[in-house]
Design a protein around this ligand. Structure first.
Ligand SMILES: [Zn+2]
Length: 183
């Protein structure tokens, strides 16, 4: 089946974890647990969100009402192979959207710009929740910052967990349960 939903779904989550800079420090028997913990957190928050706002919401308005300024910058932001669509500037209560990046992505997925922007803002909204009320999902599993043989120094979280949870949030808010079999 073709994956019609243009954003990462649960079957992409392990791949996200593999790309984490700390992936090699995670014991193999924890992979599944980490993915499930992150995914279910995003799902739970997504369900809470639907209960409160319903499914067809305008995330720009919701962010605005939450005191977050959404700035659209006329820019295609790429670093190496990665294209960035937006950034949550936690200290400044701002979200920067890279308009040209989103336009390219929207065109590729045959989606209107506004729909694409709303998807991307919903992902950022989850990060906003993490910074303000939930705490960072990445901190739910810690690995040593530096490992030299048996010596372990410092602790760091798994950033991919925040991304997996944000993707789960978006899936829960926008994908209808009855369509799940199509993916
Ligand atoms: Zn993210």
């Amino acid at each position: 089946m073709v994956n019609k939903f243009p954003l990462p779904v649960k079957s992409n989550a392990f791949q996200d974890l593999q790309l984490d800079p700390s992936f090699l420090k995670i014991p193999q028997d924890k992979y599944e647990d980490i993915v499930e913990t992150a995914w279910s957190r995003g799902q739970i928050e997504g369900q809470k969100f639907i209960d409160r706002y319903g499914r067809n919401c305008n995330f720009q308005e919701i962010l605005h009402d939450s005191g977050i300024l959404v700035k659209e910058l006329d820019k295609d932001y790429t670093l190496g192979e990665t294209r960035y669509f937006c950034e949550y500037i936690s200290g400044k209560k701002e979200i920067h959207l890279y308009k040209k990046s989103i336009e390219i992505w929207a065109e590729k997925n045959l989606l209107p710009y506004d729909v694409s922007k709303n998807y991307i803002l919903s992902h950022e909204y989850f990060h906003y929740l993490e910074w303000t009320v939930l705490g960072l999902t990445s901190k739910l599993y810690m690995v040593p910052m530096i490992e030299i043989g048996k010596l372990k120094i410092g602790k760091t979280g798994i950033r991919a967990m925040s991304e997996i949870a944000a993707n789960a949030f978006v899936n829960t808010v926008f994908r209808l349960e009855e369509n799940d079999n199509e993916f």
